[in-house]
Ligand binder design. Sequence first.
Ligand SMILES: Nc1ncnc2c1ncn2[C@@H]1O[C@H](COP(=O)(O)OP(=O)(O)OP(=O)(O)O)[C@@H](O)[C@H]1O
Ligand SMILES: Nc1ncnc2c1ncn2[C@@H]1O[C@H](COP(=O)(O)OP(=O)(O)OP(=O)(O)O)[C@@H](O)[C@H]1O
Ligand SMILES: [Mg+2]
Ligand SMILES: [Mg+2]
Lengths: 164, 164, 155, 155
Amino acid sequence: PYASKIELRGFKSFRDKTEIPLSRGLTVIGGPNGSGKSNIVDALCFVLGWMSAKTMRAERFSDLIFKGGDGRRSPRFAEVSLYFNNEDGGIEVDSKTVVITRTVDEEGKSVYRLNRRRVSRQDIVDLLGKSLSLGEYNFILQGDVEHFVRMDSIDRRKIIDELA
Amino acid sequence: PYASKIELRGFKSFRDKTEIPLSRGLTVIGGPNGSGKSNIVDALCFVLGWMSAKTMRAERFSDLIFKGGDGRRSPRFAEVSLYFNNEDGGIEVDSKTVVITRTVDEEGKSVYRLNRRRVSRQDIVDLLGKSLSLGEYNFILQGDVEHFVRMDSIDRRKIIDELA
Amino acid sequence: KKDAFMRTFEEVSRNFGEIFRELSPGGEARLVLECESNPFEGGVEIEARPGGKEIRRVESMSGGEKSLTALAFILALQKMRSASLYVFDEIDAHLDDEKVPRVARLIKKYSQNSQVIVVTLKDSIMSVADRLFGVTMKDGVSGIVSLELAEYGGD
Amino acid sequence: KKDAFMRTFEEVSRNFGEIFRELSPGGEARLVLECESNPFEGGVEIEARPGGKEIRRVESMSGGEKSLTALAFILALQKMRSASLYVFDEIDAHLDDEKVPRVARLIKKYSQNSQVIVVTLKDSIMSVADRLFGVTMKDGVSGIVSLELAEYGGD
Ligand SMILES: Nc1ncnc2c1ncn2[C@@H]1O[C@H](COP(=O)(O)OP(=O)(O)OP(=O)(O)O)[C@@H](O)[C@H]1O
Ligand SMILES: Nc1ncnc2c1ncn2[C@@H]1O[C@H](COP(=O)(O)OP(=O)(O)OP(=O)(O)O)[C@@H](O)[C@H]1O
Ligand SMILES: [Mg+2]
Ligand SMILES: [Mg+2]
């Protein structure tokens, strides 16, 4: 299976429903500083169930909801959906398209859905773990390379130790 | 007056005598990673009398001497000269060209020369201070911008305080 | 000693605002004391409004916006002391292709009154050089090549 | 638990060497235990010999060389777990115009077996995209534009 599309709605700087179709191979995202590129990366972390709002550069989860000063009413929640093409049946769900959705409200409470049906975060994590080997370690976030440059030899050993 | 040329000899990766003529306006230095661009910046810090070897990315001053593994004998000292065009007489030295030279030997001892005549470091600093307003603060070294990005509000206040 | 600090603070803040405006079109930025009654009890906050956006602290900006803001702050500090030589080593690494030419223009402006030496990996900075050098390395030994600046394309 | 560590260490070191070789032509790199008898008493050093130079620790390399070495190390750690999706956000900021296309080629290779999403400011990464998107911002609201990849110049 492969990820076919990301959909953002009210998530950080993406106020309106925004669809980003994904290549089976290499998808590249460009644009000026501050336009929202890293916010898309944050959206991926978010929908895959990451538990630290700080990793997504937010003080608390409710900060992930679009906040604009433009007079229009702010959305009440932030939502990200990740669509998978499951024609090869690799994801143990009985449908050709599998959609994972995560919504967070103004209280910072998250709701997860699988094909629109409400599930627990653990259900999502189990599903992704089995069919997609998706973890936090396949992401290199902005600044990670610089962080590793500043690391000393002890930190490096600890990182390898954690992996072991 | 203006700086007309830098000359490096045995300084870091510049084993052989290397001359770099400078523009009165904007001189730009490019080249691949690791080619020696920042070493030229280090050479400028060095000849202007900076006292911290670590700022020039060396453990001790003798590390600034070219060290190569190629069988040729390593130089016994590192030397940088900075030439100034003094036709406007702005530097209080009675010559049309003023040359500042700093040499460091394998013991890490520095010798300063002004137009080939040996002087003290303080003589150089006084001369530069009067005619050229040259200080450490007009240099933005590689990584400084990233360092300021990571600074917190207290550090910023301290920096302004130091300036006051 | 608070007076000395406040005078410096005001001037750096003014410089900072001007430089930021030049680097970020339609943008505004200022320094804010966390503790106005006693500056030494707090720090100095940076509030910025890059073109068209609402004002917010630098901590909540994007990577490139933080880099631009930090650069403007460093240049603002430097402006406190006039200098005849400036040296900048890779100050453009995190900036997009719209910001880098603005930095080039600012550097060019500096070079009208002072000498400027810039190390860069970016073409748009190399293209405004009065003199351009390439550094090469062979078998661990560095060398210098003088590069001719050819005009490409239309003027 | 030393055995588990040593097995992981050996594999990461092997991955690291391979990836470094791909990113730095003619280069070699390896991980070295500071304290071989008891790894937990020391750290892990990185020794590298970028093409044509002598071997030295990463701490004494140039800014861009450190960045490349750190990237190779991160990718080596990632290789320990197979993944079907990789996301890389601005991993190329400090690399020169000869290294960036090498990173592009490596990313392209990854994308043959996994999905890869890359955020970049660099043209040579954008030019190898299967799909390319530009992010725009207007009045504080982000939008997406699908960009066509046109072939320029000779093939
Ligand atoms: N909850 C939110 N509501 C509205 N805007 C937000 C929200 N959270 C973040 N932003 C805005 O998103 C922008 C940052 O976007 P992002 O970090 O994705 O930029 P970027 O394209 O990665 O830039 P760079 O190239 O500099 O890294 C900032 O302008 C920030 O103010
Ligand atoms: N004393 C020395 N003798 C020989 N080579 C040295 C010495 N000191 C440093 N070097 C070499 O100089 C090189 C670093 O040069 P420098 O930092 O100037 O690179 P750079 O062109 O600025 O690269 P980047 O674009 O990555 O910042 C390294 O390869 C280092 O090994
Ligand atoms: Mg970003
Ligand atoms: Mg450098």
